[in-house]
Write a protein that binds this ligand. Structure first.
Ligand code: C2O
Length: 467
């Protein structure tokens, strides 16, 4: 566990989280990277040193603190080619920022193309000493962090050149198994009967999204992407790359072992009593695999049922298209097989965007002439809609795409799977799935331009960011 003042070394290491050894890119020598814990209001001083030398993967790096607003510290956002140059081998970068108004569940990951698929991803939790949720739910323990990830046996640059990108395994906290592989250890979460737990679940995926369930147990959702929500009880949770949830789980079942299932959208990543699973173990239960049945799955997850705990606060005049700036963004794929937004695929600029601005670039077309930069006026309300586009029925053009905005959280006034607009109390978050054309999804978000700087806005499927 690291604190807000820490030295983080990024280095190559051979590890075998699912029993298959491979060279990786790790922060702090582990997968996932060490938990960074801080308190609301802390000043962060995170010095990242690059010790990479395995040229089968990228040997430059950068670390982004996903979900942290970086108000007045845009330069510390950690995005290679947007806010900084990638850190060269033997170089380092000191991030300095404060987090006066955020608490909850976040994560960090490499923001050099596809590098977090090679390992560089870890949890970041900011505690609020006066957390209203702690009183509301009276949890006995809130220390559990559950990092969900897909895992690949090949280095990402190799995979990148040979789509489709099928993961070899799915891991919880760096433990799991792959089809046909050895019976590697699974993650075990120990609970005491009668106690209540806050589980922080992080979708630290490169691509896959997961359906997360615990046999025989409900989960009460209380946080989405660092934003407190009114309690919603579910028995399954859909979590996309980049998203986080906190749930309260009460250990109210007989003392036993229970399967935790996290089935991904990849057909080779199913549950089979070892694959895509972890164990919830009551103290006093025998040390053995669970034999529990799934479900009962009577309380499905519905994103439109998530509402902020405090007030509404959707900026601007309610109503579709009534913001100061209204934008439609169409996702697509070009002839070269690169993903596009409004027909344009992002390319790294010759100099990081922030450095160009600081050296006098005046407008978007000077920054990235191909049209990847959207210039937004300060202190206005922005509404963005994403009409989902599919190549083939049911196959949402490599999606569903989880879109993530840096530097801000947004209100999801129209979620995937529900055509109704909600300008009163929609969920506020920083990463949202834009769904599929087959469902007629047209996900719409609103936010205020209250945090000046160049901010990345991208699909969090790491292959799509680059591709
Ligand atoms: Cu999780 Cu652009 O980041």
């Amino acid at each position: 566990v690291l604190g807000p003042v820490s030295a983080i070394e990024v280095a190559n290491k051979v590890i075998a989280p699912d029993g298959f050894p491979r060279s990786t890119v790790l922060a702090g020598g582990t997968f996932p990277g060490p938990l960074i814990q801080a308190q609301k209001g802390d000043e962060f001083l995170l010095n990242v040193t690059n010790l990479l030398n395995d040229t089968s993967m990228d040997i430059t790096t950068s670390i982004h603190w996903h979900g942290i607003f970086q108000h007045q510290s845009n330069w510390a956002d950690g995005t290679a080619w947007i806010t900084q140059c990638p850190i060269q081998p033997n170089g380092s970068f000191l991030h300095r920022f404060t987090v006066p108004d955020q608490a909850g569940t976040y994560w960090y990951h490499s923001h050099v193309p596809t590098q977090y698929c090679d390992g560089l991803r870890g949890p970041l939790v900011i505690y609020d000493p006066d957390d209203p949720l702690a009183d509301m739910y009276d949890v006995d323990d809130e220390s559990t962090v559950i990092v969900l990830s897909d895992w690949y046996h090949e280095p990402s640059p190799l995979l990148y050149n040979s789509p489709p990108f099928t993961p070899d395994s799915s891991l919880i906290n760096g433990l799991g198994r792959y089809p046909g592989g050895p019976a590697s250890p699974l993650a075990v979460f120990n609970v005491t009967q009668g106690q209540r737990y806050r589980f922080r679940i992080i979708g630290a995926s490169c691509d896959a999204w997961f359906n997360f369930t615990i046999d025989g147990h409900d989960m009460t959702i209380i946080e989405a992407d660092g934003n407190e929500v009114e309690p919603v009880v579910v028995d399954s949770l859909a979590i996309y790359a980049g998203q986080r949830y906190s749930v309260v789980v009460t250990a109210d079942q007989p003392v036993d072992n229970y399967w935790i299932r996290f089935v991904s959208d990849f057909p080779n990543q199913t549950f089979d009593g070892g694959l895509n699973s972890a164990i919830l173990r009551y103290n006093g239960a025998p040390i053995q695999d669970p034999t529990t049945d799934p479900g009962p799955y009577v309380l499905p997850f519905d994103e439109s049922a998530l509402h902020p705990l405090q007030g509404s606060g959707v900026p601007g005049i309610p109503g579709q298209g009534n913001a100061d700036v209204n934008i439609n963004l169409i996702t697509g794929l070009n002839a070269a097989g690169l993903f596009t937004v409004d027909g344009v695929s992002f390319v790294d600029p010759p100099l990081p965007v922030l450095l160009q601005i600081l050296s006098g670039a005046q407008n978007a077309s000077q920054l990235l002439p191909n049209g990847s930069v959207y210039e937004l006026p300060a202190n206005k309300t922005i509404e963005i809609s994403f009409p989902a586009t599919d190549l083939n029925p049911g196959g949402a053009l490599g999606g569903p795409h989880p879109m993530h905005l840096h530097g801000h959280a947004f209100d999801v006034v129209r979620v995937a799977g529900n055509s109704t607009y909600n300008y009163i109390n929609p969920v506020r978050r920083d990463t949202v799935s834009i769904g599929s054309q087959a469902q007629n999804d047209n996900v719409t978000i609103r936010f205020s331009t209250n945090n000046p700087g160049p901010w990345f806005f991208h699909c969090h499927i790491d292959w799509h960011l680059h591709r």
